[in-house]
Design a binder for this molecule. Structure first.
Ligand SMILES: [Zn+2]
Length: 704
């Protein structure tokens, strides 16, 4: 199924993953909210009837755990953050048409209604499952109250999500070696009755849905893999107090259950649309036309919540008789100075901090939307920020605006009275086409580039035609060039508005236009500007080098202070970092535990000097007196080698014989604890995860 190009005749809604109401916003969050805001504004400049809605995610264990730690009621706790978000977003020109929260009446009622419908349609059943339980705390352990090992990839995982490994959603009871996050004790599994949503019934529907889905490719491809692996039904209730009550009778266990946070969170997209519609009137915007008719629904999310949006959510919508999303765009993460953003290590740029440093929000909006494609991770450093701002906004856009408008003002007191030239008209039409195409590709980077390249053309145009040399001898020609430049300046302002709304508005006013540039459509970029305007001012300011040095140092000192100078072994604080809302909007990645990539490159010859071979471990035994060392005998095809490896504590030695391994065969011989080591076994990471081969390479084969 393919969709008509934007703009369509149907009303549209753009949403962004809800922030968990439990911590300060940072640029990891802002990337998603700004990107979605820019996308919505861009749709409007195309002439699409579109709104942008969101809300705070009040429920779930991230909020409950943090509220508990502070000894406050989860509702009060979450409401406080909600109010703070409501204040913060507009400061970044993130302009929601409605911003609700998941605990309000609209969402509570709608959630219960949808669950009741799914139940009536026969998609919900009850099942006995194993639920983690902490005997000391005398409490069941839903989701983030429990941690353990992912059963799919073996990574350390939260109760409901393999956040550090394969990113899969985990069902209650799935996490292995469960540990309570309340007491740190090992958890027991106890049998409980819970409600399940029959996602497996929707396999065919979802396959077709994904084929027609627009947005980023990761939002289609990952779910296709999950479908291929076989969809599991989804447990939609939890043993806790904080949340929306399951809407019907109690379960067989006689307990009240609340709905899993991922049931009511996406329903807020509908609720928030409904609230908007009720406020402005259905004549102006009809939420039912969008959600139960043929409206255009686009979700911008972080890539860690693809499964919730591309599997569970469309299945719920289908089962309850609602319209499905047209597009899902899943963004990459933000890194800081090449390392993973980490709130516990204070390696973040906080929303508040950015504003306090006195930077205009449009600079960050431009940086975050144009630095990488949506799917890519974007690195933030003050250096790169400076380079982008000084190069593109100050040097290209700002410079073109100021020099052309100033020239126009001084010589013509505004826009010269002549028509725009054919060359310039065509160039602007080309840029409009690029913007149109980029929006249809969900590429805000493309929108920004089209605008900046148009400004670049303007600079070249003015340089090439040198109007300052023409005013005396060829006044008509001079007037033509400047007339063209004012048109180009206006066009750049219109095209850039989705990304830099304030700066575009300033430009709009400078050329004497009335009203809001936000109401302008792409075609207005070709409309003649007003005849006269006042003396213009410069709209962008260069960021000086010493400012960047100061900000970089500040950030480094902060990270050092938070980690006590030790940036690598701060695991205790990690729990705190992870539930600070980041994940819902693509906040963070865990590369901060990784060693930095090497800068120095080596030649192929150097690599060939390494004789790396496939081996098979024949025997493995601990070396007496050495805490960590094991003596291995490894068959490498030609011979059997004795190798000493530091894996005694990390592996069950009895299980190793027969295991295929990879070793550096021409490693210098060494003697450890009196035992000669003739080669080196290759292993990954602190846990010495032994390398092996994916297929059936024979023992003795060379790695190349
Ligand atoms: Zn996993």
């Amino acid at each position: 199924m393919s969709h008509d190009e934007f703009p369509t005749d149907e009303p549209a809604v753009v949403t962004c993953g809800l922030p968990y109401a439990n911590g300060d916003l940072h640029i990891g969050h802002l990337r998603g909210y700004i990107g979605a805001d820019a996308f919505n504004r861009a749709l409007e400049t195309l002439g699409q009837d579109s709104i942008y809605v969101c809300g705070s995610d009040m429920h779930g264990t991230p909020v409950a755990v943090n509220a508990e730690q502070q000894g406050v009621d989860p509702e009060d706790f979450a409401l406080e953050w909600h109010e703070q978000y409501e204040e913060t977003f507009p400061k970044f020109n993130v302009d929601f048409d409605n911003y609700g929260h998941t605990h309000d009446e609209t969402n509570t009622e709608l959630t219960q209604e949808i669950v009741r419908t799914l139940d009536d349609e026969g998609y919900i059943y009850e099942k006995e499952i194993q639920v983690a339980y902490d005997p000391e705390a005398d409490q069941y352990l839903p989701d983030r109250y429990v941690e353990g090992t992912c059963p799919y990839c073996g990574a350390k995982a939260r109760g409901d999500e393999c956040d550090e490994g394969c990113q899969r959603h985990l069902e209650p009871g799935e996490v292995e070696d469960p540990t309570s996050t309340i007491t740190g004790n090992p958890a027991e599994y106890r049998e409980r009755s819970h409600k399940f949503f029959e996602v497996s019934e929707f396999t065919d529907f979802l396959t077709e849905f994904l084929d027609g889905l627009e947005g980023t490719s990761n939002a289609r491809n990952q779910p296709r893999q999950w479908i291929e692996d076989g969809l599991q039904d989804w447990c939609i209730t939890r043993d806790m107090d904080w949340g929306i009550d399951y809407p019907s009778d109690e379960t067989a266990d006689g307990d009240d259950l609340v709905l899993y946070v991922w049931v009511d969170a996406p329903i807020e997209y509908i609720s928030s649309t409904k609230q908007y519609s009720e406020r402005v009137g259905a004549d102006e915007y009809d939420w039912e036309q969008v959600w139960t008719g043929d409206g255009e629904i686009m979700h911008i999310i972080g890539r860690d919540i693809i499964q919730h949006h591309a599997i569970f959510w469309p299945a719920m919508l289908e089962g309850a008789g609602y319209n499905k999303p047209r597009g899902i765009a899943a963004t990459g993460f933000i890194t800081i100075n090449g390392k993973g953003l980490s709130t516990s290590r204070n390696r973040a740029i906080w929303a508040k901090e950015y504003l306090e440093e006195g930077f205009h929000p449009d600079l960050l909006r431009y940086y975050l939307t144009t630095t990488g494609g949506l799917q890519q991770d974007v690195d933030f450093s003050w250096d790169a920020f400076q380079e982008k701002v000084n190069g593109e906004l100050v040097g290209t856009v700002g410079n073109f605006w100021y020099r052309s408008l100033l020239f126009a003002y001084r010589n013509y007191e505004g826009t010269p009275e002549t028509d725009v030239s054919e060359e310039v008209r065509e160039r602007i039409e080309g840029a409009i086409g690029d913007v149109r195409e980029s929006v249809n590709d969900y590429s805000m980077r493309g929108v920004g580039q089209a605008a900046t390249q148009l400004a670049q053309f303007g600079n070249e145009y003015i340089q090439r035609n040198e109007p300052w040399k023409l005013t005396d001898d060829e006044p008509e020609r001079a007037a033509q060039v400047i007339r063209d430049c004012v048109q180009l300046a206006k066009a750049v302002g219109v095209l850039l508005e989705p990304i830099t709304p304030d700066k575009s508005q300033d430009l709009w006013a400078q050329i004497g236009e009335d009203g809001d540039v936000a109401d302008a459509h792409l075609e207005d970029a070709l409309e003649a500007p007003p005849r006269s305007f006042d003396e213009p001012g410069e709209l962008f300011e260069k960021i000086e080098d010493d400012r960047v040095v100061e900000l970089t140092e500040k950030l480094e000192e902060r990270v050092d202070a938070a980690t006590d100078g030790d940036d690598e072994t701060d695991d205790a604080a990690e729990t705190e970092s992870d539930d600070t809302a980041g994940d819902e909007s693509g906040g963070m990645t865990d590369t901060d535990d990784l060693e930095a990539l090497a800068d120095d490159r080596i030649g192929f010859d150097d690599f060939q000097d390494l004789d790396i071979r496939v081996g098979r471990i024949e025997t493995a035994e601990g070396i007496e007196g050495a805490d960590d060392l094991a003596r291995l005998e490894v068959d490498i095809g030609f011979e059997t080698r004795q190798i000493v490896a530091g894996i005694k504590q990390l592996h069950d030695l009895e299980e190793l014989p027969g295991t295929k391994c990879v070793l550096l065969a021409n490693m210098e011989k060494a003697e450890l604890f009196g035992v000669e080591s003739n080669g080196m076994i290759l292993a990954a990471g602190e846990e010495a995860d032994l390398l092996t081969t994916h297929g059936d390479a024979a023992v003795g084969e060379k790695i190349k």
